[in-house]
Write a protein that binds this ligand. Structure first.
Ligand code: CMC
Length: 378
């Protein structure tokens, strides 16, 4: 018999499972803060390196702290040679699958492999922050039968990432947009991938395992995968005039419009505001304003849904920015990953600092008291 009076929270919706001092989100009013700093200030005034430091250490760095941190990041960009052989062997897989595999593999090469202290975990998290862009771009070059491009330490994190795509020095504008995108993605509370990473860390497993699992969670279309799907949708819509009919068709077939809706935000995702402006500027600059217009038409067609709290999310405008920067569609989720590593790192550290096994209950609704029948009698 089914147990009575069980209060179920499917999807753990609305459940607080711990405290955090990292990221504040007010979903009703569209507020996001990292360590008490508003995302709008950070997006406009800060850099990814500074935000990574802020998330990991709790305060903005002074000049000396910034330079030391930047030096560590830059000197950790290379990958062990053996990883390239594995990338070659799986080069036809989705970039997220390759990333997941290589991050897992890097655990074996890390000089702090057996050090799961907070300090060791931070060192490994910073190294992963530096190495992940190199993995993404090494795979991209290998699958295109090119030699991976060595990181350029004269470029910042965002600039080097874009440079490693094809070995061309990106424009300052492209670097700034990518940098801002990384800032906007750096952390987001207890989202599915960060929660996954915390569940793994809750067993006291290491950061490489936790981030490998986080990458798997992020890759799904309900989470990081949405930016890729939005780009696909924009391609299928082709012209702004087609947007309304396209959206109506999706909704009447009970399908979701990608890049809309959020578990926490009932107001517009504050990250999307910045990206919308950037798409507008970039698509006009490149003489490809149709992308911006298609997205705005989709947003208009979805306007009636805003009354139900369904607004654009961070993924809606991000994909077109990547596309306009010459980045192929299947690298959109890896870009999200590049931005998110500092957030995962600090959440894993928080988990370790007050560790507890995360082990909720499942309400059993199946059969009971069944008689075992030997196989020959079934
Ligand atoms: N298009 C159309 N209807 C939607 C959408 C959407 N994108 N999102 C939610 N709804 C409807 C949903 O059908 C449901 O309607 P009803 O009550 O009539 O059944 C209602 O809104 C509530 O939906 P829900 O499934 O309870 O919402 P959720 O909190 O479980 O889902 C979500 C959140 C992000 C998975 C969902 O909004 C979605 O699938 N969006 C599209 C994918 C997407 O853009 N994901 C990126 C999320 S932001 C970046 C990140 O964190 O990774």
């Amino acid at each position: 018999m089914e147990k009575k009076n069980v209060k179920l929270y499917r999807g753990l919706q609305g459940v607080y499972f711990d405290r955090t001092q990292t990221t504040y989100i007010d979903g009703s009013n569209g507020v996001l803060e990292y360590r008490g700093y508003n995302i709008h200030d950070l997006a406009e005034k800060s850099t990814f390196e500074e935000v990574a430091y802020l998330l990991i250490y709790g305060d903005l760095p002074n000049q000396k702290q910034f330079e030391d941190f930047d030096t560590i990041l830059k000197s950790s960009r290379s990958l062990p040679k053996k990883t390239f052989n594995v990338i070659k062997n799986i080069k036809n897989s989705h970039p997220m699958d390759v990333l997941r595999t290589i991050v897992s593999m890097l655990a074996s090469f890390d000089e702090d492999r057996d050090d799961n202290s907070v300090e060791g975990t931070i060192r490994k998290g910073i190294r992963l922050t530096a190495q992940i862009p190199t993995i993404v771009m090494a795979h991209h070059n290998i699958r295109n039968n090119r030699t991976p491009i060595e990181p350029d330490n004269n470029l910042n994190h965002a600039g080097n990432f874009l440079y490693m795509l094809e070995g061309k020095k990106p424009s300052q504008n492209a670097i700034n947009l990518m940098d801002k995108d990384f800032v906007l993605h750096a952390d987001h509370g207890s989202n599915a991938s960060a929660f996954t990473a915390r569940v793994v860390s809750g067993t006291s497993a290491d950061i490489h395992g936790a981030i490998t699992a986080g990458i798997a969670a992020l890759s799904g279309p309900s989470h990081g995968g949405a930016a890729e799907d939005v780009m696909q949708m924009a391609r299928e819509i082709k012209t702004p005039e087609n947007a309304e009919a396209y959206v109506k068709n999706l909704l009447s077939n009970k399908k979701r419009v990608m890049g809309f809706g959020h578990r926490v935000y009932r107001a517009e995702d504050p990250r999307a505001i910045h990206l919308k402006e950037d798409v507008k500027k970039l698509s006009n600059e490149l003489g490809q304003s149709e992308w911006y217009e298609i997205l705005v038409s989709v947003q208009k067609a979805m306007a009636p849904y805003s009354r139900r709290g369904i607004h654009v999310n961070v993924d809606f405008f991000a994909g077109v920015i990547y596309h306009l920067n010459g980045i192929p569609q299947d690298l959109f989720v890896p870009i999200f990953t590049v931005g998110r590593i500092p957030g995962w790192t600090v959440q894993i550290v928080e988990q370790f600092q007050h560790n507890i096994l995360i082990r909720p209950l499942l309400h059993y609704t199946g059969e009971r008291d069944r008689k075992y029948i030997p196989i020959e009698n079934r």
